[in-house]
Design a protein around this ligand. Structure first.
Ligand code: MG
Ligand code: MG
Length: 598
């Protein structure tokens, strides 16, 4: 199916928007009049630029508040329309959008609306264009798609059809089933947008919070099913008003947008994508650092053994149980120092996983990072994290482990079982994109997003997991592009006895994040504990949470660069990540930073 995007969905100048849309692989655009007015290009030049980029102009939005008004008013509207239809013709566009009127002049008279829209369509036809009439959810008298369609049907004009907009339909809770009753050829255009489920004024909701399909709470795929059943064969067009996207770079937003349409088309059986290959575990987490010493001390105290070294690069493999951490001192390290740069995901079909990622517009990384490396399939996530698809120990496939030679060091008794979860911070304007990427590309399930108070703002967090929980990634973003600890990433290590693990860590010289006494006073009020239990937690800085399934106990190391470790004990099927404790943790980290000047 053809894909299109409204210029209003992207930031920048009109030409920048067009370039971004073309690069992301869109077939066409909807041009918003404001983008044209602000452009130094003539309509003919815009048309030529689009043609050069391989884009069609699928829709022009220059007019509103046309219909169901007194005759004198309508005559003025027709005069305005004549200019705009001529402009549409010069752009080489075929369809003009007219939204249902919000004017106080408009009267509640469907027959008058149909008659005037019919005359408008006559005029459109003279310029060789056609009119798509759309019900705004806040239209004065026409606010539902079926009402708009009844008026179009009454008018019975060949140059008048309807435009369906998933936001206007789904935000009102209207049943989209009736769409199937509209003849496909009378649906002149289809605009798609999702939105988070919010209880707010629908106009504000629409203008500021729309997002790409799959990023919000609407059943956009369900709606599209009904539209496709009519035989509609026009483009799928994204019309997304979003405060964040308006500020973000147009290029990545356009890629995110087109990925959302690919996932959506797949959901309705219209995109021949390679199927998802869901990862089955975490092979490794790779940290890059300018100085291996602080990390080595920390990993040693946590009970890890430096088990192997890379044959050709300054990369050490630290192991304990099934937890494997690579410490890479090789690449030029950015200003922010130590960070989590790559994740190895165990994959039943690494090449298939990479093919799907590529089909969903993820940048594919060179299979060998250096001569002599095992050829691994890898892609970049939107935040730049490198994702390697691994087949650890599979004799039939390249094994990353073969790039390493053992140090011969004896491993101590393992009290860490493996990696419980990884927490990645996202660039603040790419949070929704990150969730869609991990869901669509990797086939992980997204959980509800939660907001957490940080001393300097709000943090949003959303976890994505595989079915058995052996891959858990918490995606986190600050509410603003600030430079606080919200930028910290962490690796959570699973233990069966967090108290014993915390004690061992301390005895080995490790320092745990101190937790304020007030926190434990509150815990005592909320939960019942066995004698001495709470004192033990208090003494070590262990945090506690409980959900409908089980119990979570966890504590934190100090931060190195941007990275810290968490020790977690997850009992009886607890599903969360201790989000209730995150504000205390964040405040404690801020206190440590203030004290150490870090
Ligand atoms: Mg619309
Ligand atoms: Mg955590």
């Amino acid at each position: 199916m053809r894909t299109s995007i409204a210029t209003v969905s992207l930031s920048g100048s009109l030409t920048g928007k067009l370039t971004a849309a073309a690069r992301a692989g869109f077939d066409g655009v909807e041009i918003f009049e404001n983008d044209l007015l602000a452009s130094p290009l003539t309509p003919e030049e815009v048309r030529a630029r689009c043609a050069d980029l391989g884009l069609t102009i699928d829709l022009f939005q220059p007019m509103r508040d046309i219909e169901a008004v007194p005759e004198a008013e309508f005559a003025r509207n027709l005069r305005r329309a004549r200019h705009k239809f001529e402009l549409t013709r010069r752009l080489g566009a075929e369809t003009v959008l007219v939204c249902s009127s919000v004017s106080p002049q408009a009267v509640d008279d469907d027959a008058l609306a149909a008659e005037q829209l019919s005359r408008l369509a006559d005029l459109a036809r003279e310029s060789g264009v056609r009119v798509a009439y759309e019900a705004l959810a806040w239209g004065r008298h026409v606010s539902t798609y079926d009402h708009a369609w009844r008026i179009v049907e009454t008018a019975g004009h060949p140059a008048l059809g309807t435009c369906l907009d998933s936001f206007h339909i789904l935000s009102r809770g209207t049943d989209p089933k009736g769409i199937a009753d509209i003849p496909g050829e009378k649906i002149f255009f289809l605009q798609l947008a999702d939105a988070p489920l919010l209880a707010m004024d629908v106009l504000q909701w629409s203008r500021h919070y729309r997002c790409f399909p799959g990023q919000g709470g609407f059943d956009v795929a369900g709606l599209l099913h009904h539209v496709l059943r009519t035989g509609y064969d026009g483009p799928l067009s994204l019309e997304v008003f979003n405060d964040v996207f308006r500020q973000a770079e147009a290029g990545p937003t356009a890629v995110d947008a087109r990925r959302s349409l690919l996932v959506l088309q797949e959901a309705v059986g219209r995109a021949p994508l390679p199927g998802p290959v869901v990862p089955t575990g975490v092979a490794f987490a790779e940290l890059v650092t300018p100085d291996a010493e602080p990390l080595s001390a920390l990993l040693g105290a946590l009970g890890f053994t430096r088990a192997a070294r890379h044959r050709g690069k300054p990369v050490a493999l630290w192991e304990q149980g099934d937890a494997r951490i690579l410490v890479n001192t090789g690449p030029a390290v950015r200003r922010d120092g130590t960070r989590l740069a790559a994740i190895g995901l165990e994959s039943p079909d690494p090449a298939g996983a990479a093919r799907r990622a590529e089909a969903l517009l993820a940048p594919v990384l060179p299979r060998r990072r250096a001569p002599g490396d095992a050829p691994l399939d890898a892609v970049a996530a939107p935040d730049g994290t490198e994702l390697f698809f691994c087949a650890t120990g599979r004799p039939d496939l390249p094994d990353w482990r073969s790039d390493f030679e053992d140090t011969g060091r004896e491993a101590g008794p393992a009290h860490i079982r493996g990696i419980d979860h990884l927490a990645l911070t996202q660039p603040w304007h790419h949070f929704d994109e990150a969730a869609l990427f991990h869901r669509g590309v990797l086939g992980l399930r997204a959980q509800e997003s939660v907001d957490v108070a940080d001393p300097y703002g709000l943090m949003r967090s959303r976890a994505v997991t595989n079915p058995d929980g052996s891959v858990r990634i918490a995606l986190t973003v600050g509410a603003a592009p600030t430079d606080h600890t919200v930028h910290a990433q962490h690796i959570a290590l699973a233990t069966d006895d967090v108290v014993a693990s915390a004690r061992r860590f301390r005895e080995a010289g490790g320092t745990l994040l101190p937790v304020p006494a007030n926190y434990y006073d509150d815990l005592a009020a909320r939960f019942e504990f066995a004698d001495g239990e709470l004192e033990t937690y208090r003494g070590l800085g262990i945090l506690y949470d409980r959900d409908a399934h089980g119990v979570f106990r966890h504590c934190y190391t100090r931060t190195v660069g941007r990275v810290f470790f968490e020790l977690v004990q997850r009992d009886d099927g607890y599903r969360g990540y201790g989000a209730a404790n995150a504000p205390v943790r964040l405040a404690a980290q801020h206190t440590v930073r203030a004290l150490t000047g870090g």
